[in-house]
Design a binder for this molecule. Structure first.
Ligand code: HEC
Ligand code: HEC
Ligand code: HEC
Ligand code: HEC
Length: 321
């Protein structure tokens, strides 16, 4: 449970316990963690278990009994550690993840679509029909990777990117296409309202951007800070693609056309925490917590993909090849 969550819980305080408990039901769901957070809101330091957020026991222990996926080889071996565990097929199903990654159907919606709808999106995709679960991608072979938008290789592998540029003659427009296909994300890309992905193309003049030649496409679901308005939802559904078309006059000294895709994994939190710091009266401790996440979130962007194509200017001479 990062300082971004903790800072907000502290700001809400004991007087808004129902609010705090709502956050904890996903971020630190064990009752012992709730007691520790309560104690912290009364002034004690936050205990280590609560800081750990989602722990092994949250998913594997109920009523002091251990549960896990059916693993015949382990169970057949008989004498495994801590007296074994009770197998449950639920561990291997996508529904396992919904309590924390999917709003209930009566939950908050904008333009008809739930604010957290990863399971719903997955359910409507071919992955659900083909039995490819959340675990198949996020926990391959039982590994607890939980890779997501912060992992460039994981994201890159799930997309098919095509870039075509036709050399232009002087006086004509430069025509190029960049297409991004969601060929391997099991739900809308990117998940949630948090990240933004920005694709752009521009002409470069001697290594510099030629002014006025940039074209951009923002892929994401942008909502207002109070979650009351949706500005756009340009995310890409499984199996679909989105295209940035470039049709711009060739700049006089352009030598190349460049294309780039940048991922801002924490875009929404950057807006949110900036506003939070500006609007709320916070203790120095809370302020410090929030500042720390803001800095981390601002720095988390990365270039997912880039390419460039040289431009030829000369018209082929008449009769020549
Ligand atoms: C339904 C489950 C759920 C509830 C309820 C919930 N969160 Fe989250 N939260 C998540 C998930 C899943 C992520 C990670 C995905 C993402 O970044 O959008 C997350 C990410 C975050 C992050 C960014 C990651 C970090 O550690 O800095 C913050 C901050 C946060 N939540 C704060 C809160 C606060 C404050 C509340 C209560 C008002 C809350 N959350 C309620 C599920 C939940
Ligand atoms: C967010 C929920 C979650 C958390 C947290 C979690 N697990 Fe799991 N774990 C699962 C699920 C789901 C599976 C089944 C994955 C599958 O086989 O598809 C699993 C499988 C396992 C397995 C069997 C591995 C295998 O070979 O398939 C072990 C052992 C295990 N978990 C131990 C742990 C330990 C130890 C921790 C803490 C460090 C932990 N888990 C944290 C959800 C969780
Ligand atoms: C007990 C609640 C809970 C359950 C159950 C749960 N998650 Fe999460 N998950 C979270 C929270 C909270 C976060 C955000 C942690 C943070 O960034 O502070 C998260 C983060 C993630 C991330 C992003 C990690 C990253 O580094 O960006 C992925 C991917 C993910 N979960 C997948 C799954 C899958 C798949 C399942 C089902 C097998 C699952 N989760 C079950 C609470 C849960
Ligand atoms: C076919 C593979 C695949 C399947 C199936 C899949 N995912 Fe994902 N998921 C991805 C990829 C790739 C990303 C990273 C790109 C993105 O954010 O959309 C991702 C991102 C996420 C994130 C965002 C984490 C973050 O970093 O903020 C969450 C949460 C998540 N998935 C949960 C789920 C859940 C829950 C299911 C099942 C209902 C599921 N995924 C099914 C591939 C998959």
């Amino acid at each position: 449970m990062g300082p971004g969550v903790v800072g907000q819980l502290a700001a809400a305080g004991l007087t808004h316990w129902a609010f705090v408990r709502g956050c904890l039901s996903c971020h630190a769901p064990a009752r012992r963690q709730w007691r520790q957070v309560r104690a912290a809101l009364k002034g004690q330091p936050l205990a280590a278990l609560a800081r750990q957020g989602v722990t092994c026991a949250d998913c594997h222990v109920r009523g002091y009994r251990r549960f896990g996926p059916p693993l015949e080889p382990y169970l057949a071996a008989g004498d495994i550690v801590h007296g074994g565990f009770t197998p449950r097929t639920g561990f291997t199903r996508s529904r396992f993840c919904i309590s924390c990654h999917q709003f209930h159907r009566n939950g908050a919606r904008l333009q008809g679509s739930l604010l957290e709808n990863v399971y719903g999106e997955w359910r409507a995709s071919r992955y659900a029909r083909e039995g490819m679960t959340c675990q198949a991608c996020h926990m391959p072979d039982g590994r607890h990777n939980f890779y997501g938008i912060h992992n460039p290789r994981f994201v890159r592998r799930a997309l098919t990117i095509r870039f075509r540029a036709r050399p232009a003659d002087p006086g004509h427009d430069l025509v190029a296409r960049l297409s991004i296909a969601n060929s391997g994300v099991g739900h809308d890309f990117p998940a949630y309202t948090t990240p933004e992905v920005v694709a752009s193309m521009w002409q470069s003049c001697a290594g510099r951007l030629c002014p006025g030649t940039v074209r951009r496409l923002v892929i994401g679901r942008r909502v207002s800070l109070n979650l009351k308005r949706q500005y756009f939802d340009t995310r890409i559904k499984p199996g679909k693609s989105r295209r940035l078309a470039y049709d711009v006059a060739l700049a006089a000294r352009a030598t190349a056309i460049e294309a780039r895709i940048v991922v801002y994994p924490d875009a929404a939190y950057v807006h949110f925490f900036r506003a939070y710091l500006a609007r709320y009266a916070l203790t120095p401790q809370e302020r410090g917590d929030i500042r720390r996440v803001l800095v981390t979130d601002e720095r988390s962007s990365y270039v997912l993909w880039q390419a460039d194509r040289p431009l030829r200017h000369e018209r082929p001479s008449p009769g020549g090849r």
